[in-house]
Design a binder for this molecule. Sequence first.
Ligand code: AMP
Ligand code: ZN
Length: 471
Amino acid sequence: MALKLFNTASRKKENFEPREQGKVGMYCCGPTVYHYAHIGNLRTYVFEDVLRRTLLYNKFSVKHVMNITDVGHLTSDSDEGEDKMVKGAKREGKSVWEIAKFYEKAFFDDFHALKLQDPEIKCKATEHITDMIELVKRIEQNGYTYIVDGNVYFDISKFPRYAEFARLNLEGQEEGARVEIDNAKRNKADFVLWFTRSKFGNQEMQWDSPWGRGFPGWHIECSAMSMKYLGEQFDIHCGGVDHIPVHHTNEIAQAEAATGKHPWVKYWLHGEFLVEDTGKMSKSKGEFLTLNVLKEKGYEPLVYKYFCFTAHYRQQLNFSWGGMDSAKNSFNRMKNKILALKEETGNLEQDGTFGGKSRQYLDDFEESINDDLGVPNALAVMWSVLRDEELKSEEKLKLLYRFDNIFGFGFKDWKKETVTVPEEIQKLVDEREEARKEKDWAKADALRDEIQEKGFLIKDTAEGPQLEKKY
Ligand code: AMP
Ligand code: ZN
């Protein structure tokens, strides 16, 4: 089954064929480390992880690059507003370097809690300033830039394909734009490649350059680092949908202006937003939801991942606590069933080939994920397997382990937790044992229900009652 992916560049689902057979170069725009990632940001990384896993599942070797933005990202993607890192530093009374270090770690803690696979290369903007300067020099040599007040601008009128990728209506955009006007720009959508005049007073992060001491614009880092690690043309570039009209449009302009090669990237994939009733989830609104907040409210990170899987990555996903509760219920039912299967099969790793009904399930699963990462359909196949009354436990578990290559829940590592039984529960258990001895079955059953309501399953074995945590 060929892998099909929706390419933003053509607005069509296309058969995926990398530039070099069997090998994929993939670049994903990473976090700006000035604050915790909100759960909307994390939805995008969950989608990218499914993409990565699907490529691996299809036996491609993958070189996945992700940047860490620790300089130069302004609150508006189009060179306006405050510098995000400076804002973070001011908020916490720390240096920008301290802020970057702290939030980078926090980001990867979340990343790993969701069991997302590490990219082969993680690259920090501040460690690639020379690469960015070299790229700006090439763009300048090719005649695409101008300088006003010490800042180097990209002149979009020199790059006729500028509006193509995002199907921009530049006239309309000019009228509709709500950003402050930078009078230095020749065209509204021109953007800064290198700042020497900081609009923000004392900028801690500064480097020497042919245009003077300063710092890079935000977009240049992704063009520079992706080409450094993946070559001047490569296979896949991803991010959230908000990146289509500005950031990725600018990245394309920079890269193609420098190299003269088109298309820079063969497949562009964009994840839709996590939205709240009040609109897109974003940090600029002040309070925002993080994975830690979810944890405090009793939703483990993998429940959030399950929640993300209930919608296709190209559909908006509405966040609600009700939605989280039903994800938690489904996740826990899945967990109970899988733990039971492991117990029944003696925890043995199931190997071998897939035949008969199992083969059919596997085909359905592969068809779902290879059809533009159809994870909700793949989840439905998983549930059919779990509910199938004819399939043997060994076969089920073998399929589930296979599916987990895409889901990344870590089924193989799941174990029944050894439970410490609270005193209150132990008392109920003892009372129930008493009732059973006296053959008061009604009382014993009522106590069993009470114990269950309090979160424990009770099993009567030859060695006496045993308790398990109920999910
Ligand atoms: P940032 O750290 O702001 O650069 O964003 C990191 C990633 O999260 C980018 O790929 C954004 O496109 C994406 N993103 C931002 N807001 C949301 C949201 N509400 N839902 C899904 N993805 C988002
Ligand atoms: Zn980027």
